[in-house]
Design a protein around this ligand. Structure first.
Ligand code: URA
Length: 455
C-alpha cells in the first residue's frame, strides 16, 4: 500500500503556528522518522513546536497510536489470565516494581514487565535487575512469552521491535530539551506499555522534587492523558499520583535497592515503600480479576508476603533469567563497594525537607547512574539513609552513608547531600504520600479512609 506524502516543512510550520495536525499527518511524521526518511533536524523542530504549543486530545492519541504501531504489538492472548503491568513515571529510591511484580505474580496475575534503564537522576528497573549477578534482561519475544506462561512474571528491556519510534524519539528529546512535555511523555510511556501485550495497567505518576513533573497540577494532567490513552486502547487503567518529595525507603542505588526489596519481601518494610507498594499491588490484583476490590487485592498482597510466596516468586524468576539466587536468599553475601563515607548533619533539629532530585544526583555521581547514555553503572554504588523527613537529628549525627568504588566521587556527592537536606528546629507535619487517583470516574483526591490497610 503506498503511503501518502506530506511536506514536512508545512507540517512543522502548521504546528509552530499553533495549528493542529491530523491523524494522517502525525502518522506520516512518525513513520518517516522511524524509517530514517526524516532527518533529526526536522523532527527536532517538530518536537520543539509540540513542546511550545502542546497537542489537543486527537493529536495526543494519534501520536501514541503511531508510536505504538511503529513496531510489534506483542500478542499474549495465549497466556491465560488478565495481564497487568505497572509503570512509574520515575523517582529516587523507587524500587517498587521489584517488590510488586513478584507479589502480584504470586497472587496469580501475569505481570509482563518491559522496563527501562535509569534516566537522569532517577533509577531504572533494568539496571537494578542487572546488579543481580548473571540476571539476563535481554530475552527474545519467544522466551518472554514462555517465561510469563511459566512464572506469571518476566522482566525484559525494550527490544528493537517494541515501539522503535519511541526509542529514537526519546534519544532525540533527551538532547533537544523536549522531554518535559505531557503529550510526548504520555505517548512515550503508553506506546511501550501497550506494545508489551497487557490487558490492564496501573500507573504511579510521581510529582515533587525528585520527579520529572514537579507540580501536582501538571502531574494530574499527565495522569489524565495517560489514562485517556489507556481507555482509548481498551485497557483498564488506574493512575495514582504519589509524592516524590523524599526518596522512597532508605536505600538508593542498583544493588542497594534490590537488597531493600528483598527485605520488604521478607516483611521488613520502610513505611512509605509499604504504603505505595501495597496500594499498587492491590490495584493490580483487582484489575487482574483476582480480587473484587483494591482493598481485597491489598489483603491478598499482604498474604503473599506473609506466606513467603512473593519472595519465592522472586527467587524463581531470578533463577529462570540466569541470576544468582544465593544472593537473593542471603543478600549479605553481595560484596560491598570499596569506599564508604558518612554524611553528617551540621546542626541539631528535625529533618524538615529533602530535595530528592539532589539525592538522586548524588547517587548518580557516586556511580549508580549515567552521565553518558551508554556508560556502565556501578551496581554497588549508592546511598543508605538512616534518617527520613520528620526524624530528629543531632549535630554530627549520621544522616546517610555514601557508597562508591571510586573515592574521588565522594566529595561531590557529599556536597549535593548538604544542599539536599534542610534541618529545622520544628518537626514538620506528616507528608501525604498518595495524593490523587484517576480512573474511569475521573480525577479525585485520594481518600485514605477508604483504604484502611495503608495507615
Ligand atoms: N519515561 C518514558 O518512558 N518516557 C518519557 O518521555 C518520560 C519518562
Amino acid at each position: 500500500m503506498s503511503r501518502q506524502y506530506y511536506n514536512p516543512v508545512s507540517l512543522i510550520r502548521k504546528k509552530r503556528d499553533g495549528g493542529h495536525l491530523t491523524k494522517d499527518e502525525i502518522q506520516y511524521l512518525i513513520d518517516a522518522y522511524t524509517r530514517d526518511e526524516l532527518p533529526d533536524y526536522q523532527m527536532s523542530a517538530f518536537l520543539m513546536a509540540v513542546y511550545l504549543n502542546g497537542m489537543n486530545d486527537e493529536e495526543a492519541s494519534a501520536i501514541a497510536y503511531a508510536m505504538l504501531h511503529s513496531g510489534i504489538v506483542v500478542d499474549l492472548s495465549a497466556v491465560p489470565g488478565i495481564k497487568v503491568d505497572k509503570h512509574s513515571t520515575g523517582g529516587v529510591g523507587d524500587k517498587l516494581s521489584l517488590i510488586l511484580a513478584p507479589i502480584v505474580a504470586a497472587a496469580g496475575v501475569p505481570v509482563p514487565m518491559i522496563s527501562g534503564r535509569g534516566l537522569g537522576h532517577t533509577g531504572g528497573t533494568l539496571d537494578k535487575l542487572e546488579s543481580i549477578t548473571g540476571f539476563n534482561v535481554n530475552l527474545d519475544l519467544v522466551k518472554y512469552e514462555e517465561t510469563i506462561k511459566k512464572h506469571n512474571v518476566v522482566f525484559i528491556g525494550q527490544t528493537e521491535d517494541i515501539a522503535p519510534a519511541d526509542k529514537r524519539l526519546y534519544a532525540l528529546r533527551d538532547v533537544t530539551a523536549t522531554v518535559e512535555c505531557i503529550p510526548l511523555i504520555a505517548s512515550s510511556i503508553m506506546s511501550k506499555k501497550l506494545a508489551e501485550g497487557i490487558d490492564a495497567l496501573v500507573l504511579d505518576v510521581k510529582h515533587g522534587s525528585g520527579a520529572f513533573i514537579k507540580d501536582v497540577e501538571e502531574a494530574k494532567k499527565l495522569g489524565k492523558r495517560l489514562t485517556d490513552i489507556g481507555f482509548e486502547f481498551k485497557k483498564e487503567t488506574i493512575a495514582y499520583l504519589t509524592s516524590m518529595d523524599e526518596p522512597l525507603g532508605y536505600k538508593i542505588g542498583n544493588w542497594l535497592e534490590v537488597e531493600e526489596s528483598i527485605e520488604c519481601l521478607n516483611g521488613i518494610w520502610p513505611a512509605d515503600v509499604k504504603e505505595i507498594t501495597l496500594l499498587l499491588s492491590g490495584a493490580m490484583i483487582y484489575l487482574g480479576g483476582k480480587a473484587t476490590s483494591v482493598n481485597e487485592g491489598i489483603e491478598i498482597a499482604i498474604k503473599m508476603v506473609d506466606k513467603g510466596k512473593a519472595l519465592q516468586k522472586l527467587i524463581d524468576i531470578v533463577q529462570e533469567q540466569g541470576g544468582d539466587t544465593e544472593i537473593i536468599r542471603k543478600p549479605s553475601l553481595y560484596p560491598k563497594a570499596k569506599y564508604n563515607q558518612e554524611f553528617k548533619s551540621t546542626s541539631s533539629g528535625y529533618i524538615n525537607a529533602v530535595d530528592s532530585y539532589l539525592v538522586g544526583m548524588a547517587s548518580l555521581e557516586l556511580g549508580a547512574g549515567r552521565k553518558e547514555k551508554t556508560a556502565p553503572v556501578d551496581p554497588q554504588a549508592g546511598i543508605v539513609l538512616s534518617k527520613k523527613v520528620g526524624d530528629k537529628v543531632e549535630k554530627d549525627e549520621t544522616i546517610a552513608v555514601l557508597y562508591s568504588n571510586n573515592d574521588s566521587y565522594l566529595a561531590l556527592a557529599q556536597e549535593l547531600m548538604h544542599q539536599a537536606y534542610t534541618v529545622g528546629v520544628n518537626k514538620p507535619a506528616d507528608a501525604v504520600l498518595v495524593t490523587h487517583v484517576i480512573d474511569r470516574d475521573g480525577t479525585r483526591a485520594f481518600d485514605y479512609s477508604t483504604v484502611p490497610y495503608l495507615k
